[in-house]
Design a protein around this ligand. Sequence first.
Ligand code: SF4
Length: 203
Amino acid sequence: MRVHKLCENDEIRDIVVDLLENVGLSAGVINKYPHEFSGGQRQRVGIARALLFNPELIVADEAVSALDVSIQMQILQLLQDLKERLSLSYLFISHDLAVVRYFCQRVAIMYLGKFVELGTVNQIFDEPLHPYTLTLRNASPIPDPSVKQAFAQLKGEVPSPISPPRGCHFHPRCAKAKDICSREYPKWIELGEGRGVACHLYS
Ligand code: SF4
């Protein structure tokens, strides 16, 4: 607040107390050191810090991945509550597909730093188009013992992003690869209503 000259010095304490209360922390924690907070509380402090600038958009990069599952739910509910109260949007980055399915409305799937598919959360999970999306979806456990799941087998390792394979970066691991896949990177194809995919199967 001082660096960005957001307010007078004598206003800082009141603003910080408001921010802390907004994220479910009490004014009593204001003088604590970082190591005195739990993981979930630290995440709340991080969210409070992001709220300081009255943002319209918050980039939440692996916002809950380091937390215990029970705390994850509390933080997701806090983010949901703030979204509704403050009309926020999130760019929510996660490797946890169950969290993505629960929390997100639109999903972009990335492979080696590039978008390979974009759609609503239902389209991505119920009707995946890109072979990588399909593999990811099938590799994600369904928490229901009555569901028989065939886990996807994906050959090879993820290549280095600084030296990706020529053509489609996914082609050395793709069961549906065609000749063109090793030569040309697929163009992004708009499928309407915000849906898109980068794959030669659809060109
Ligand atoms: S472009 Fe080819 S290699 Fe890449 S995902 Fe599509 S089918 Fe597989």
